[in-house]
Design a protein around this ligand. Sequence first.
Ligand SMILES: NCc1[nH]cc(CCC(=O)O)c1CC(=O)O
Length: 312
Amino acid sequence: MSAPIRIGTRGSALALAQTGQIADRVRRASGGEVEIVTVTTEGDTSRASLSSLGGTGVFASALREALLAGECDLVVHSLKDLPTAPAEGLRIGAVPKRADARDALIARDGLTLATLPEGARVGTGSPRRVAQLRSVRPDLVLSDIRGNIDTRLGFVHGGSLDAVVLAAAGLGRLGRLDAATELFELSAHPSAPGQGALAIEVRERVPAALAGVLQGLEHASTRLAATAERAVLARLEAGCAAPVGATALIDSDLLLLTATVYSIDGSRSLSASHGLVLEGPPAARIELATELGHRAADELLEAGAAELAPLR
Ligand SMILES: NCc1[nH]cc(CCC(=O)O)c1CC(=O)O
């Protein structure tokens, strides 16, 4: 019998839920044993705001260290929390099919963004969500909240906030999508690059059996869309806490990308939309998706994105 495949994950309820789903698929594909290794990250233990922790990589680095140390064979990240800079000795072995990329409003009494009363208190720790909310509802009183999804939902259900904004994908993975009172359309509220997608990270060299499992988890369109979105962040030299939204869609062989940078007060934004036809072998398509993201970012930079918002 071969050794179990060890899967590294953060210990939050969301991380354990999404890793559990991947573990089931790995178990079925490999026909062998799977072991889950829980890794504690600074992003889990610190109560500081996400933006003050510096954003980039607070959730990812401990997982990467565990992988490099050989404590596990693959790790499951939320793709939007993974820094765009590749880690030395590691690669993204698979990007599974994306869940809903939209943000959700969870408000008391079935309220929506349009019907929240004047001056309503809304919680979010994300500068992008802050800017998007302020752009349509400058009257809202926004507070920077932290904590896992249950904690954040608790602010609304306990009455200390009127609403919070969370990723629909996270709610869905925890079976809490019923709490959402509105789903924001991506055209008006583009979400974070890679939101709703997972990344399976592995060491550069993997045994053939694991390579086969990774192939089964891979969803080519999701990887292409996420690659284009993340290339925007990389070219802007922006972190996951920057007020940047990006949405890539694939329609047969057409890849369409819209990227938006916001001023924190929501009063101004810059958008760039580009598209191209995907052709050639997989590696060439990834290259094209990357170029598309860079093109959108270059247009944003030329239009003054770096002066509009703190990108890092
Ligand atoms: N930064 C927190 C984070 N990282 C991934 C998700 C869940 C959604 C996803 O997998 O993209 C969340 C919660 C949220 O944004 O509400």
